[in-house]
Write a protein that binds this ligand. Structure first.
Ligand SMILES: Cc1cc2nc3c(=O)[nH]c(=O)nc-3n(C[C@H](O)[C@H](O)[C@H](O)COP(=O)(O)OP(=O)(O)OC[C@H]3O[C@@H](n4cnc5c(N)ncnc54)[C@H](O)[C@@H]3O)c2cc1C
Length: 378
C-alpha cells in the first residue's frame, strides 16, 4: 500500500558515485524526474587510489582548469613498477597519461553538477514491486530503479539472490592522508610518478601515490582472505627501500570490488538495471573501475531516454546488449584476473623487469588501455 504522502520520481538512482552521477547527468533535459539517493552525506570518502585515465576526463567533459582551482589534481607522466621485494624500473611518457584525484572531492563535484535532485544520508532499505514500478522504503514511488550502489549495492543483491558467489572479488586496503612537510621529506614517492609493485605470484599489486600532498598507499588481491599479512609484507618493503616509512602510515580501510566477466551477473529486470560496481565492472587487468562505472552510467542514460517510459525487461535488454558490445560478454573473460593465468605461470616476473614489456603491455595496454576506442554516446 502506498502511504498518502508518498513522494514520486520517474527514475530513482541508488548511489551517487561516478556511475550514479554519470547516469543522472546523462538524463539532464530528458524531461524525466530523476532522484539520486545515497546512504552517505557528501562529500563522502570512498576507498580508492584515485587514479583516472584521460578517457575519464573526456567522458565527463571535465574542465581541468576549473576542477583544479579547488580540488587536488595530480598529472602523471611516469610510473615506477616492480615486484614486491625486487628491483624497480621507471617508465617515462612525454605527455600526461593519467591524473590523480581524491575521491571525496571528485565524487562530490560530479554529484553536485549532475543536475538531478538528491536525497543524501538516506539508505535504500526496502524495495517492493508496485503497480507503477517500485515502492522504496515504504514511501517513495519510482517507475525505474538504477542500482548504482557499488559493490554492496542492495539493488544488485536483490537481482543476484540466486547466485551470490564471491568469485572474482578483489579485496583491497588503502590509507590516504595529507603529509606534513617533515613526513614529505622522509618519502621518496614523487607526485608525477605513481609506484606499482606486484605480488610475487602476480595475483595482486600494491601502490603508492602522492597527489597534491596527499599520500595514498594500498594493496588489492584476488580472492585473498588474509590481506593484512600481504599488506604488512608490502609496507615492510616500502620501508626497507626508503620509499615510505612504515610508521607514518595511517589506519588502512578495506573495501572490495568485482572484476568484470568472471561470473555471470543479472544486470536487468522489469523496471530495474545496474551500473558500475553494482554489476562488477572493474577491469580484469588493472582494477580500474571509475571509467567503466561512468561508461555504464552513460550507456544506461542513453537507453533510458530511448525507452520512452517503457521499462519492461524486454526493452531494457538493449542496455545489456550495449554493455556486452562495449565490454564483452561474460564468457569472453574465462580467466579474468589482474594478470592472465598463463602469463603468471610462465613469463610474468621475468618480463615485468624489462622496459619494453612494462611500457607496451603492462602500462599502455593493461593499465592505460590505450587500445580502447572512446565510448560513443549521447
Ligand atoms: C582500494 C581500491 C582502489 C581503487 N582504485 C581505483 C583507481 O585508482 N581507479 C579506478 O578507476 N578505480 C579504482 N577502484 C575501483 C573504483 O573505486 C570503483 O570501481 C568505483 O568507485 C565504482 O563507482 P560506482 O559509482 O559504481 O560505485 P561507488 O563509487 O562505490 O558508489 C556507490 C555509492 O552507493 C552508495 N550506497 C551504497 N549502498 C547504498 C544504499 N543501501 N542506499 C543508498 N546508497 C547506497 C554509497 O554510499 C556510494 O556513494 C578502486 C577500488 C578499491 C576498493
Amino acid at each position: 500500500m502506498i502511504a498518502p504522502e508518498s513522494e514520486t520520481c520517474d527514475v530513482l538512482i541508488v548511489g551517487g558515485g561516478p556511475g550514479g552521477s554519470s547516469c543522472a547527468r546523462g538524463l539532464r533535459d530528458s524531461g524525466l524526474d530523476v532522484l539520486v539517493m545515497d546512504k552517505a552525506t557528501f562529500p563522502r570518502d570512498k576507498v580508492c587510489a584515485g587514479w583516472i585515465t584521460p578517457p575519464v576526463v573526456d567522458l565527463l567533459d571535465l574542465d581541468l582548469d576549473d576542477y583544479k582551482r579547488e580540488h587536488a589534481l595530480q598529472p602523471i607522466t611516469r610510473f615506477r613498477t616492480g615486484i614486491i621485494g625486487g628491483p624497480a624500473i621507471e617508465t617515462e611518457y612525454d605527455k600526461t597519461v593519467s591524473y590523480g584525484i581524491r575521491r571525496c572531492e571528485f565524487d562530490d563535484y560530479l554529484l553536485k553538477r549532475c543536475g538531478a535532485r538528491t536525497q543524501l544520508g538516506s539508505p535504500l532499505k526496502t524495495m517492493e514491486r508496485s503497480e507503477n514500478g517500485w515502492l522504496i522504503n515504504g514511501s517513495l514511488q519510482a517507475k525505474l530503479i538504477v542500482g548504482a550502489g557499488g559493490h554492496f549495492c542492495p539493488v544488485a543483491r536483490r537481482l543476484n539472490q540466486a547466485n551470490p558467489s564471491e568469485k572474482s572479488v578483489v579485496l583491497a586496503q588503502e590509507t590516504e592522508f595529507e603529509l606534513t612537510p617533515e613526513q614529505q621529506s622522509l618519502c621518496r614517492v614523487k607526485p608525477d610518478t605513481p609506484e606499482l609493485y606486484f605480488c610475487r605470484d602476480l595475483k595482486g599489486y600494491g601502490w603508492c601515490f602522492l597527489k597534491d600532498g596527499f599520500l595514498n598507499v594500498g594493496i588489492g588481491r584476488e580472492g585473498e582472505k588474509q590481506l593484512s599479512a600481504v599488506r604488512d609484507e608490502f609496507t615492510d618493503y616500502l620501508d626497507r627501500e626508503g620509499r615510505v616509512p612504515k610508521e607514518i602510515l595511517g589506519k588502512f580501510k578495506g573495501h572490495a570490488y568485482r572484476l568484470y566477466g568472471l561470473q555471470k551477473r543479472t544486470i536487468i529486470d522489469d523496471s530495474v538495471l545496474l551500473v558500475g560496481d553494482a554489476i562488477g565492472m572493474a577491469s580484469p587487468q588493472s582494477g580500474e573501475g571509475i571509467r567503466p562505472a561512468i561508461e555504464t552510467g552513460l550507456i544506461a542514460a542513453d537507453m533510458i531516454r530511448d525507452c520512452q517510459r517503457d521499462y519492461s525487461k524486454a526493452r531494457l535488454g538493449t542496455y545489456q546488449e550495449k554493455v556486452f558490445d562495449r565490454f564483452g560478454e561474460w564468457s569472453d573473460h574465462p580467466e579474468a584476473s589482474f594478470i592472465p593465468a598463463a602469463f603468471r605461470q610462465f613469463l610474468g616476473r621475468r618480463l615485468m623487469s624489462t622496459q619494453w614489456f612494462t611500457r607496451m603491455v603492462l602500462l599502455d595496454r593493461w593499465f592505460l588501455q590505450q587500445h580502447l576506442l572512446p565510448l560513443v554516446h549521447g
